[in-house]
Design a protein around this ligand. Structure first.
Ligand SMILES: Nc1ncnc2c1ncn2[C@@H]1O[C@H](COP(=O)(O)OP(=O)(O)OP(=O)(O)O)[C@@H](O)[C@H]1O
Length: 299
């Protein structure tokens, strides 16, 4: 695998506040890494550090094994970074290192109608400014692209176009880190997922495993009788169990175990399942994430 980005024990402090706490990360060519976290968890701070806009308090950032190669990173523009009184075209010419490439990307994102690009940026809609900022960022010839909530304000058509552009570029050997709250985007765009809580990446998932169905299944059940979580965990089929209420649990079944064998094991304990659903990947990630947040809140 061709490693592009390596982050070693990155810490960022603002005054005495530790905002990023020992972040380590390794991304290969083609990786599209989703960074998920609630407001204030450190996503923008991490992206800004990777872009070289913030200096680490400690730790190192390597791109293609070389330290601090920030000319090889490109971060999406915030709508406030534009020259608001100039047109879209003028902004592309002034801000993009490769205006022609930016215009090509804008075309893919369906924003090249001359009326729009001739308008002053301050008169553009949020979604139009968002696409302009993304196209300028992606027009830089970089190894690592850093996108902060790129689908905010995009309609479904532009959103699907952006997903196509990200796939196309990552297939050419760069990598992406995308901060997003939108699970749907993550499922469509990303092959890896990092959950950041209080400045730490608490969990990483390989999304391709889910798409290949290698991961164990998460189900939600409601039973008809008193039972304990410990009794559930003693069953061969159960890898993990979280109680939702008196009669309901979310259960991760061990790999290669069927729902039917789990049901039989419960019957032997005189318990039957009244209701059950299999959670899809996105619900499963959301559930893992919510659990981590709850654990974080209980600390
Ligand atoms: N310049 C700064 N000085 C002091 N604290 C800061 C600074 N920038 C960010 N922070 C703090 O760092 C923490 C992480 O902020 P950050 O913007 O990285 O979060 P985020 O995960 O991107 O949040 P959001 O989803 O709201 O954009 C917050 O508690 C924030 O108040």
């Amino acid at each position: 695998m061709n490693r592009i980005l390596k982050v070693d024990n990155l810490k960022i402090k603002f005054k005495n506040d530790l905002i990023l706490n020992n972040i380590s990360l390794s991304l290969n060519a083609g990786d599209v890494y989703a960074l998920v976290g609630i407001n204030g968890s450190g996503k923008t701070t991490l992206l800004s550090s990777l872009a070289g806009l913030l200096s680490p308090t400690s730790g190192n950032i390597f791109i293609e094994e070389k330290l601090n190669q920030f000319n090889q990173t490109s971060m999406s523009f915030q709508p406030t970074s534009f020259y608001a009184h100039l047109t879209g075209n003028d902004n592309v010419r002034l801000l993009s290192p490769d205006p022609q490439r930016a215009l090509n990307i804008l075309k893919k994102l369906d924003l090249t109608t001359s009326q729009i690009m001739k308008k002053k940026v301050k008169t553009l809609s949020f979604g139009q400014k968002q696409r302009l900022g993304i196209a300028i960022a992606l027009s830089k010839n970089a190894k690592v692209y850093l996108l902060d909530e790129p689908t905010n304000g995009l309609d479904i058509y532009s959103y699907n176009k952006l997903v196509e552009v990200i796939h196309e570029m990552s297939n050419q050997g760069c990598c992406f880190v995308i901060a997003s709250h939108e699970w749907d985007v993550i499922e469509k765009c990303c092959n890896r997922l990092g959950m950041i809580i209080n400045g730490r990446i608490e969990k990483e998932l390989d999304i391709s495993d889910y798409n290949n169905d290698v991961q164990p299944k998460l189900i939600q059940i409601k039973v008809n009788a008193e039972f304990s979580t410990n009794e559930l965990l003693e069953l061969d089929e159960v890898r993990n169990a979280n109680r939702l209420d008196r009669f309901s649990w979310q259960i991760t079944l061990n790999q290669n175990c069927t729902f039917e064998s789990f049901q039989d094991s419960l019957r032997q304990k005189n318990v039957s399942i009244n209701e059950w659903i299999t959670l899809n990947h996105v619900q499963e990630w959301e559930s893992i994430y919510n659990q981590l947040i709850e654990e974080g809140n209980n600390d």
